[in-house]
Write a protein that binds this ligand. Structure first.
Ligand code: ADP
Ligand code: MG
Length: 399
């Protein structure tokens, strides 16, 4: 029997959660973070810090923050300081401060009771835990848009003020706020906003050459020697730079291309594998994004995709989208959500970059919102969504 050959030596190095040992082209930003948080290892308790990381999708915001978290906690540990870095994704927490704090506390106390507290009380409990353990915390709030959208100004206000209320106590809680759209800070009260805007690290989109360096590191970590060559890596860098300098897209292309090579029994990841992968990975239908949508967001989006596939138009009105959604709900035996909820989905989906919205111009009776799907073929989106809905048996737990 011929032995099964894989071009990969370690596929997990291409996983979105993998934190690579070095981050090409993010050295200066990493230094800046270290400078901002120097005090945390030199004179902990004397001050706290709030830093904001901004940048488009795939510019390395998440990995930069996590990488920094790993290195600074290690350094603190060597100095005998209990410095903790906790990274929470606000979107996964459904934009709820309560859930964010709960996850944070569970890192310290895995058995902390899950019920019976308000967010306010959880924040006090967190501070108390830090005091008791003489610990310091850098809390990274990733995809902060979700928290602001759902709960407005209050959570950040409370998180930034909680120190100031503890007059003589040690300063224990610092924040890293990670977001794609700095405009969403406009929704905050002026003082919270100005506190956050003091230290901003903005990540620019990667250039083709920068993407090539990032990819080369991953090739060395994940692929067997001699299975993928420089011009092929260049092709990926080229494609990803035309997709907005998105490293996530680049790495997903690399991975999928490897899968194609394996599936067709090839010993090399050829440029054709890349092209095949590119057809199947539109940046907005990536699995991680689809799977993060709740059931009714999927159903709504399926309605939108289907309608766009059938009608050769660039825009549809909110009313048309609702009709299409209603049909999909019926097919799936789901009770449709109300108007207000649908508005929220539309907002979420546009924040996620899947759809775009604009107000209709004058001429139409009354103003309505128009939805477009600029970045992905409707048929591909429809197919991915149908697959995702099938996997869950159509009737997953509603959230
Ligand atoms: N400078 C870099 N070096 C190595 N890998 C990177 C770099 N920037 C981004 N990546 C990788 O690209 C992918 C997307 O990065 P991520 O931090 O998730 O972007 P963002 O949070 O800005 O959307 C991840 O797999 C990440 O590890
Ligand atoms: Mg991210």
């Amino acid at each position: 029997m011929p032995q099964y050959f894989s071009v990969f030596k370690n596929e997990s190095k291409l996983d979105i959660n993998f934190i690579p040992p070095r981050l090409p082209h993010r050295g200066p930003q990493l230094n800046l973070l270290n400078q901002f948080f120097r005090f945390a290892v030199e004179s902990p308790g004397k001050m706290t810090q709030r830093v904001m990381i901004t940048g488009k999708i795939g510019t390395g915001k998440t990995v930069l923050s996590k990488h920094f978290g790993l290195s600074i906690t290690k350094e603190a540990q060597e100095r005998g300081i209990s410095l903790n870095y906790v990274h929470v994704n606000c979107r996964e927490c459904k934009g709820s401060l309560f859930m964010i704090l709960q996850r944070t506390i569970l890192k310290f106390y895995p058995h902390f009771p899950r019920r019976g507290y308000s967010a306010e009380e959880l924040l006090q409990a967190l501070m108390q835990i830090l005091d008791e353990q003489n610990a310091y915390l850098i809390l990274a709030l990733d995809e902060l848009e979700a928290l602001i959208r759902v709960e407005g100004s209050d959570p950040l206000y409370n998180l930034t003020r909680v120190q100031e209320d503890r007059l003589k106590a040690l300063q224990r809680l610092s924040l890293i706020c990670i977001l794609r759209q700095p405009e969403c800070l406009d929704a905050l009260d002026p003082s919270t906003r100005s506190t956050l805007q003091r230290n901003v690290i903005h990540l620019e989109e990667y250039s083709k050459l920068q993407l090539r360096d990032i990819l080369n590191d991953r090739v060395n970590l994940a692929f067997r020697h001699g299975t993928i060559f420089a011009p092929t890596v260049d092709l990926i860098a080229e494609l990803a730079s035309s997709e907005g300098g998105d490293a996530r897209y680049a790495i997903e292309l690399l991975w999928r291309a490897g899968k194609y090579a394996d599936a067709s029994g090839m010993r090399e990841v050829s440029p054709e594998c890349i092209r095949k992968a590119a057809v199947s990975v539109y940046p907005v239908v990536r699995k991680d994004i689809i799977s993060s949508l709740c059931l009714h967001e999927k159903l709504f989006l399926l309605g939108v995709a289907r309608r766009f596939r059938q009608a050769e138009t660039a825009y549809m009105s909110m009313g048309e989208a609702e009709d299409a959604y209603a049909v999909v709900c019926e097919e799936h035996g789901e009770k449709k959500r109300g108007h207000t909820q649908l508005w929220k989905y539309v907002k979420d989906l546009s924040v996620a970059g899947i759809i775009e919205t604009k107000a209709s111009g004058t001429g139409q009776r009354g103003k309505t919102t128009l939805i477009s799907l600029p970045r992905v073929p409707a048929s591909d989106l429809e197919e991915e969504l149908s697959k995702a809905l099938m996997q869950k048996g159509g009737k997953s737990i509603v959230n």
